[in-house]
Ligand binder design. Structure first.
Ligand code: HEC
Ligand code: HEC
Ligand code: HEC
Length: 398
């Protein structure tokens, strides 16, 4: 009995020590993935471009708030997280943060106080950033962004998710190896892979989540990568299925959509609008072409065909029904004729770059239809971009 108690006490002590070590033992942070020369200078223009590629503005700017001063509320099933102030303000922002600390935020999700950051900050993807891009981002936030004093609200998470040390355990099961490994032996495809998997963090929204609520796959080698996810009540569609936009549109149509948020098929809505507005519209021709080539290459049925199949000439059943304007039509069809037909037409094809095509539209066909409901109830507005500097708003039906 006595021995048993001794063993039990010893086990309890070991468990408590292990837990304390787990909570308080300093985390080993990831170093630079490539060595740069000691006198390395960030090339002219590279600082801002790295920020645009990685879309930092979308999350770190609150609606109506100062740029990068944080405070944007990010909803999660476990509570609300507010993005940090990443202007170089020494008190409320990241002024005084060293390059190593900054890299630790991007690679390991460690904040300036050494705290574990919630994965709403997409470090799971930024772990792939090259050292040149990390340096460029650091230069941008330290030298090109004006400091703004803005104290950001603390996260409002339910127990046990309010315990930041729990994130450490999550990182063990969720994070992949740091650094980017070229997969294709083709310069353009590898550049596209880097942009999509790393800075573009497309998988953060467009990939499903596994049981640990981690992104299921970080590269195209995983066949669940980019096969659709959910974000803030919007479905971010599959980008690899044969019927998906990158696989059924031409390369030119996809490139145009990524840059302007519109083409002759679809408009951009919901969570994707900031991606186009704050990031993709600024990409160089070569980078958009690389992203497009990669997305078209990784289809689940193999690379997308050069020319997509054309539509049949004869009107489909739905189009024929709507054109007949039969008074006995279902309520849904009648409501469409009364409220939507004026712009989207009986064939659902709309008008190029103005009224999106609804036939085959991924938002209309998304599981659950929540995106479609958002658009019907609240309308949607295409962002103004450099190439298409105009706004178009869908009417909120009365
Ligand atoms: C999808 C949203 C999102 C994007 C995109 C994003 N962040 Fe964050 N970031 C957050 C959130 C949310 C936090 C706060 C997390 C927390 O409190 O645990 C954060 C925290 C940080 C921190 C820690 C600040 C501190 O006080 O220690 C840094 C640094 C940072 N982000 C830099 C960046 C940079 C640089 C980029 C672009 C390369 C970027 N973030 C892109 C959401 C985002
Ligand atoms: C913050 C979440 C988020 C991120 C990050 C994101 N997307 Fe999206 N994306 C969405 C949502 C939501 C939609 C559906 C709304 C729509 O179609 O406009 C969408 C739609 C799309 C579509 C249109 C599909 C169609 O059938 O009309 C493409 C193409 C696309 N995204 C590509 C990308 C690429 C490439 C990246 C990375 C550079 C990316 N997305 C990053 C949320 C995101
Ligand atoms: C006055 C013209 C007009 C009417 C009427 C109208 N829409 Fe639209 N709709 C637009 C425009 C313009 C857009 C592009 C704006 C955007 O996507 O941000 C759009 C976008 C959409 C989208 C998003 C498509 C995409 O690819 O992102 C859907 C879905 C949609 N409308 C459905 C409907 C439905 C359903 C109705 C009827 C209840 C309707 N619209 C009525 C003009 C209209």
């Amino acid at each position: 009995m006595y021995t048993f108690l001794r063993i039990l006490t010893a086990l309890v002590i070991v468990a408590v020590v292990a837990l304390l070590a787990f909570i308080f033992w300093p985390v080993q942070t990831t170093g630079p993935q490539t060595e740069l020369p000691a006198d390395y200078q960030v090339p002219e223009g590279a600082a801002e471009y790295a920020m645009q590629l990685s879309d930092c503005a979308a999350c770190h700017t609150a609606e109506g708030g100062e740029r990068f001063a944080g405070g944007r509320a990010i909803e999660s099933p476990m509570g609300v997280i507010y993005s940090s102030n990443i202007t170089p303000d020494p008190e409320t922002g990241i002024g005084g943060v060293t390059l190593d600390q900054f890299r630790a935020a991007l690679y390991d999700g460690i904040g300036k106080q050494g705290e574990h950051l919630y994965p709403a900050m997409p470090y799971a993807n930024y772990r792939k950033l090259t050292e040149a891009d990390v340096r460029a981002l650091y230069a941008y936030f330290m030298d090109e962004v004006p400091p703004v004093q803005n104290e950001v609200r603390a996260p409002e998470m339910d127990f046990p998710f309010d315990q930041r040390w729990g994130i450490r355990a999550w990182k063990w099961v969720a994070l992949s190896k740091a650094g980017f490994t070229p997969e294709f032996d083709n310069e353009q495809l590898d550049r596209g892979a880097y942009l999509v998997e790393g800075p573009g963090h497309c998988g953060a929204c467009h990939s499903p989540r596994n049981t640990f609520f981690a992104q299921d796959g970080y590269t195209a080698a995983n066949d669940r990568f980019l096969t659709g996810g959910e974000i803030g009540g919007w479905y971010a569609p599959d980008l690899r299925d044969p019927g998906s936009a990158p696989q059924k549109w031409t390369a030119e149509q996809l490139a145009h959509w990524l840059r302007t948020g519109r083409n002759n098929h679809a408009g951009v809505s919901g969570e994707m609008q900031l991606v186009v507005g704050e990031s993709l519209q600024f990409l160089t021709d070569e980078d958009v072409a690389a992203m497009v080539a990669y997305l078209r290459h990784i289809g689940t049925d193999g690379p997308a065909p050069e020319t997509p199949p054309t539509r049949p000439e004869t009107p489909g059943e739905t189009e024929a029904l709507l054109a007949s304007a039969d008074p006995d039509m279902d309520l849904g069809a009648r409501l469409y004729l009364d409220n939507c037909n004026a712009c989207h037409f009986v064939d659902g094809l709309g008008a190029d770059e103005v009224f999106p095509e609804l036939d085959g539209n991924s938002l209309v066909n998304a599981p659950g239809g929540t995106g479609l409901i958002h658009v019907i109830l609240d309308g949607t507005e295409l962002p103004s971009t450099e190439i298409r500097p105009m706004r178009l708003r869908s009417m909120r039906p009365v």
